[in-house]
Design a protein around this ligand. Structure first.
Ligand SMILES: [Zn+2]
Length: 504
């Protein structure tokens, strides 16, 4: 799914485009679909019918397994292991961009913690890009109504992979466009030598209504592909309006396809300022971005196995990504995903529950800047994919879980209804089929046929902080993180212990 125009983040966004549709509608649909699949025929009134497990569901989830799943849920909800782990990753280790000493320290730390849990751990070497942020400043040096001797500061940040301006910066006219069509209509004559600003709005109404990932998917294409489109018309630099819905004049970084020109993101407030002034006349900007692209570095996927008692060769992956952007400390994106996967193993060990199949915890490297971690895993483990029973990734924050996005056959999804039953007291009952792999790191597995699941979190505040300096530990609500750990542990153990592997 990756290309110059479809970034890892877009894959994630696409996968969750519909992930936060009104849960009630989804439940009604599930109820109806489920009711239609049942034998014998259900009551004509699905809202009045008592829940009834199909024969296949009962076979796969005998009473003892359901009891174990309930015990796992209770234990996970009373356990602060995940929170303590994410506190260490964010507060003690800090930001973990690919190629950084912190990314290496985090891989060593997670490996050691998984060994402490008794897992068989390997560090899988991954070649990662190494880009480091430099100076990043901008000011408007010419605009309508300007008082003599003044400039207007613009708050911005460089996008990952951006090239540098000279140390003293560049001064150029700014041209504002709302979309790619407007850029194309301007043509090379009006774009060459200028700083292009893509002023695509992030749809706050969608995100407030629980459709944040759709809003993200609509806006993020300009961050991913804008610089390349501007460079193709000879632009001197490219800026996007930050892809996020915060009102705190915070710039949001993120991945931008290599374009050979400096690429940055201004805050939503500064995009409004520049658009306002450019409607009144000429706007010139002094822009300084001095990031550096260093030689590729070595990073690590951390892989920890809790070996299966009956089918050790069959694997259920529970995962999140360990790398983060450099502005914050990578708490909600995606320290949270890594630690809820770790807690899934921790809870099973604490309860002395050995899964029938292997539960594999993976902390992925380099989700944010190209996905080399998942690419390496797909290459090294492709021959094992027929025995990868399922893969789960949590990469949509740490807020209350609503259920799971599923990329699998309808028959497989239907078999998981008893798990939703166990999670009902959490509210994590939505099992929503997705047209796209629900997680960038498990996309390759999903495309090769492995049933894939993503935890569906409440995303209403996720894009306030996503890829900003404010993605920090305080944004994680401990109780909500425990709910996510419970959802991951229950689903992971269910997949590892149900009678038959999920059908493909
Ligand atoms: Zn992420």
């Amino acid at each position: 799914m990756r290309s110059d125009t479809l970034t890892p983040d877009m894959t994630k966004a696409c996968s969750s485009l519909n992930s936060l549709l009104a849960p009630l509608c989804a439940l009604i649909l599930l109820t109806l679909t489920h009711a239609q699949n049942q034998q014998p025929k259900p009551s004509a009134d699905p809202f009045g019918a008592a829940p009834h497990a199909s024969q296949a569901q009962q076979e796969n989830f005998p009473p003892q397994l359901l009891d174990e799943l309930a015990a796992i849920k209770t234990a996970a909800l009373g356990d602060d292991y995940a929170y303590r782990q994410v506190a260490h990753l964010t507060e003690n280790i800090g930001p973990r961009p690919s190629g950084s000493p912190q990314a290496k320290a985090a891989a060593d730390y997670v490996a050691a913690e998984l060994r402490k849990l008794g897992l068989e751990v390997q560090l899988e070497e991954v070649k990662v890009p190494h880009w480091v942020r430099g100076a990043e400043t901008a000011e408007l040096v010419e605009f309508s109504g300007q008082a003599a001797g003044t400039s207007q500061k613009v708050v911005l940040t460089a996008l990952g992979g951006s090239t540098a301006t000279p140390a003293e910066g560049i001064i150029a006219d700014v041209v504002v466009v709302n979309n790619f069509d407007e850029l194309k209509a301007l043509g090379r004559d009006k774009v060459a030598g200028k700083i292009v600003l893509f002023n695509e709005l992030f749809d706050k109404q969608k995100s407030a209504a629980g459709m944040a990932f759709m809003a993200y998917g609509e806006a993020v294409r300009y961050r991913g592909a804008g610089a390349k489109a501007a460079a193709d018309l000879g632009a001197a630099a490219s800026l996007v309006r930050s892809v996020g819905d915060s009102d705190f004049r915070l710039p949001h970084t993120g991945w931008s396809a290599p374009a050979g020109i400096p690429a940055g993101a201004v805050t939503a407030e500064d995009a409004e300022l520049i658009a306002h002034l450019s409607r009144e006349g000429r706007v010139r900007m002094h822009l300084t971005l001095t990031p550096q692209k260093l030689p590729d570095a070595v990073g690590y996927n951390v892989i920890g196995d809790l070996k299966g008692s009956e089918h050790p060769e069959q694997v259920v992956v529970v995962s999140g990504h360990l790398d983060s952007w450099d502005l914050g400390t990578g708490a909600i994106d995606d320290g949270a995903g890594v630690v809820v996967a770790m807690q899934a193993a921790e809870v099973l060990q604490k309860l002395h529950l050995r899964p029938r199949r292997t539960l594999r915890v993976i902390a992925w490297m380099d989700e944010e800047t190209g996905g080399s971690g998942s690419q390496t895993y797909s290459k090294d483990h492709a021959s094992e994919f027929p025995n990868h029973v399922a893969a789960i990734e949590s990469d949509a924050g740490a807020a209350h879980p609503l259920g799971f996005d599923l990329k699998m056959t309808p028959e497989a999804a239907d078999l998981l209804q008893p798990v939703a039953g166990v999670l009902q007291s959490l509210g994590a009952t939505v099992l929503q089929s997705s047209a796209y792999p629900p997680g960038a790191d498990i996309a390759a597995m999903s495309e090769s046929g492995v049933p894939a699941l993503g935890i569906m979190q409440d995303g209403r505040t996720y894009f306030h902080y996503h890829h900003t300096a404010a993605d920090t530990l305080d944004k994680i609500v401990p109780g909500e993180l425990r709910e996510n750990a419970a959802a991951m542990a229950v689903m992971g153990y269910a997949l590892a212990c149900m009678k038959n592997p999920l059908p493909r």
